[in-house]
Each structure stands twice: as C-alpha cells, then as structure tokens.
Design a protein around this ligand. Structure first.
Ligand code: FMN
Length: 227
C-alpha cells in the first residue's frame, strides 16, 4: 500500500550544514519555517484543521509555513537492522531504506518549529505516525551492547506543539495520555520540546471542525511557534 502513496515532497530540500540542528541555520537565514506534520488519515479532519489553524496563526506572526501529510509520503517499515543507530555522535544515523524518509527528515531538520498531530487510535497514535516514529530511530545512539537507546540530542532545540483528537470525552481520564506520551517522545527525538498542546475530544463521526472555543488557543500556539 505504501507503494501507491502519492509523492508530494520536494526532494530537493536543502541539506543543512548540521542536519540534526537545522534550526540554527533557520535562525541565521532568518527563515522561520514552521512545519506541520499530520498523522491523521482524514485530510480536512479535526487534526488536519487544528494543525492548519496553528500554522495560519504562525503565518500571521511572520513565519513561513508548510504542511506534510504522512499519508502522502512513501514511508517503509523499519526493518530493525539498527544500522542507523551504530555511529556515535550527534548526527542522525543514515537509514539503508530508499523511500521518502531521508528527504522528509532533511526538510523537518531545517524547520524552526513544528506542529505534530495524530488522532487517538486505540489509545495511541495512528499506525502511520508510529511508522514514521520508528523510522526516526537514527536520532538515537544505540550500538549493540548498550542496554537502551540514548537520544543523540534530546529536546533542547525547536518548539513543538502537539495536536490530537479523540471521540471519547477527555473526562474519561486516559483518553490522550498514551498518545501525548508518544507525540512528546517524537518531539524530543526530533530535537524539540513541547510548548503546548491542542486536544479536541468528543469528536462525532460527522465532525470535521475544531470547536470555536479552541480557535483562540490555536492562535496563541501558532504565535508561540513563530517567536
Ligand atoms: C481505528 C480507530 C481507532 C480509534 N480509537 C479511538 C480511541 O481509542 N479513543 C478515542 O477516543 N477515539 C478513537 N478513535 C476516534 C478518533 O480518534 C477520532 O475520530 C478523531 O477525530 C480522528 O481524527 P481526524 O478527525 O483527524 O480524522 C478511533 C478511530 C479509529 C478510526
């Protein structure tokens, strides 16, 4: 199925001097690009709309914005060869698979800040978001023989806003817990740290919009990402 996904990524995305810390280049070039990563299967769905609102606000505050739909990318499953985790240092280890991931990560690395969104599916992120996450394993150093992976450069860099949506009401307690943990870990792996979240609960089947009372929050979060 991955083979049939449309390719929309600009494959000529520039390679930065230090790929893992493109935010430095972004600042030096006064290029405040805010990238939204959508891990929902519904274009125009709640997560997509929420990401759009945040990006629009970032745009109004002077940032360039871009949205990436993971479903449009050709992202193969990680094969667990762990080749990418062997080399020491802060640079991301390179994956042996040939698909859209390398160009995608170069694009993300050059971003000033990020929005990452996934619906709650079975209490966690969607499968496409998880597939993308697993392919980010090159950001950790995990040679054979050490017990657990170390993130090469844990989230000290770019600001990240986390977005999610669920059909259950959040008063049911755990609704967003595991999804947010996964999104936070992804943000941290991508050299970022969460500066806020937009969570839409109680989504009905026909709901495709975020509630009006969340628009203000989306505007504030977008402004934060552009600062
Ligand atoms: C396969 C699947 C699993 C889901 N699992 C959950 C769940 O565990 N908890 C929940 O609250 N909503 C669950 N949902 C509902 C979605 O989170 C909800 O419809 C969300 O709005 C989808 O985001 P979207 O509008 O961006 O497509 C599930 C939906 C699907 C299709």
């Amino acid at each position: 199925m991955a083979e049939t996904r449309a390719r929309t990524l600009d494959r000529a995305a520039p390679r930065t001097k230090n790929n893992s810390f493109g935010r430095y280049d972004a600042i030096m070039n006064n290029n405040k690009k805010v990238i939204g990563i959508v891990g929902s299967y519904r274009k125009g769905g709640v997560v997509d709309k929420a990401v759009s609102e945040i990006l629009s606000a970032a745009g109004r505050n002077g940032a360039d914005t871009e949205k990436i739909y993971l479903v449009d990318q050709r992202i193969l499953f990680c094969t667990n060869c762990r080749e990418c985790t062997q080399s020491p240092g802060t640079e991301r280890g390179r994956c042996i698979l040939d698909d859209d991931m390398e160009a995608l990560l170069l694009q993300i690395e050059a971003a000033y800040s990020l929005v990452i969104g996934s619906p709650v599916n079975f209490n966690n992120v969607t499968a496409i978001t998880r597939t993308f996450m697993e392919r980010c394993v090159g950001y950790v150093y995990w040679p054979w023989g050490i017990e657990k992976p170390q993130i090469r450069k844990p989230g000290t860099g770019r600001k990240v806003v986390l977005v999610s949506a669920s059909s259950a009401p959040s008063r049911m307690g755990r609704t967003f817990k595991d999804t947010l943990n996964a999104l936070r870990y992804l943000a941290n792996t991508l050299n970022g740290h969460s500066v806020g979240q937009l969570l839409v609960d109680n989504v009905k089947q026909s709901d495709m919009n975020i509630p009006d009372n969340m628009l203000k929050k989306a505007a504030l979060l977008g402004r934060k990402l552009a600062k």
